[in-house]
Write a protein that binds this ligand. Structure first.
Ligand code: IMP
Length: 197
């Protein structure tokens, strides 16, 4: 199946291609007039609602343009910090672009309990059907930012299943082993290609 991923983030497209292409699908960015689709993220909603809203917008914007055997993929993620009551959660993009990673580190200065979780919801729409899957990655917020791999909050997020390095210090392969998005996409891949019994 040809899967058009509605995102402007090339890291996300590569991560999805690494999971879905080996199963016989082909993931590529959804471009209209050569540009990624601008999707509005409703604020004050959960990531589930945001992902479904993005899918509706993408389906509407491409109405009649995609052939059969094609699907639209969208996903929404967030960083949920325990001691901040789940903040920034669905506001993660806005918070990243305003107070940034240093802002989160400042909010957590002196806080001992540093547990956090990345969560992702992936939704695939094709031929009027919708498949959804979610994934999570538990970890802690570091006290300083480190590493230049990945994107977003990776330099301040240390996955629980790792060796103490931040996601910003992991290689793309290492990150894909723990990534919330990779887990959501693997769930989708199992819905598309159920493992044979
Ligand atoms: P969105 O779902 O792409 O809008 O992402 C929401 C926010 O979470 C943005 O600030 C992203 O940078 C951040 N984010 C999403 N996935 C990741 C990730 O894998 N690593 C680091 N930050 C992420």
């Amino acid at each position: 199946m040809e899967i058009f991923f509605a995102t402007s983030n090339s890291h996300k497209v590569s991560e999805a291609a690494a999971i879905l292409d080996p199963l016989g699908h082909r993931v590529q960015p959804l471009l209209l007039n050569g540009r990624p689709l601008e999707l509005v993220e409703p604020q004050a909603e959960g990531i589930e609602e945001v992902a479904r809203s993005k899918l509706e917008q993408a389906v509407e914007a491409t109405s009649g343009m995609l052939g059969s055997q094609t699907a639209i993929l969208v996903e929404d993620c967030g960083l949920f910090v325990d001691s901040l009551g789940g903040f920034p959660g669905p506001f993660s993009s806005y918070v990243e672009s305003t107070i940034g990673l240093q802002g989160i580190l400042s909010l957590m200065e002196g806080v001992e309990s540093r547990g956090a979780e990345y969560r992702a919801v992936a939704v695939l729409g094709f031929e009027g059907e919708t498949l959804r899957s979610s994934g999570a990655c538990k970890g802690v917020i570091s006290t300083t930012a480190s590493g230049s791999n990945g994107f977003g909050y990776d330099p301040i997020f240390v996955p629980e299943e790792g060796d103490g390095r931040t996601c910003g210090e992991l290689s793309p392969h290492e990150k894909s082993q723990v990534s919330h998005r990779a887990r959501a996409l693997k769930g989708l891949s199992e819905l598309l290609n159920p493992p044979s019994k």
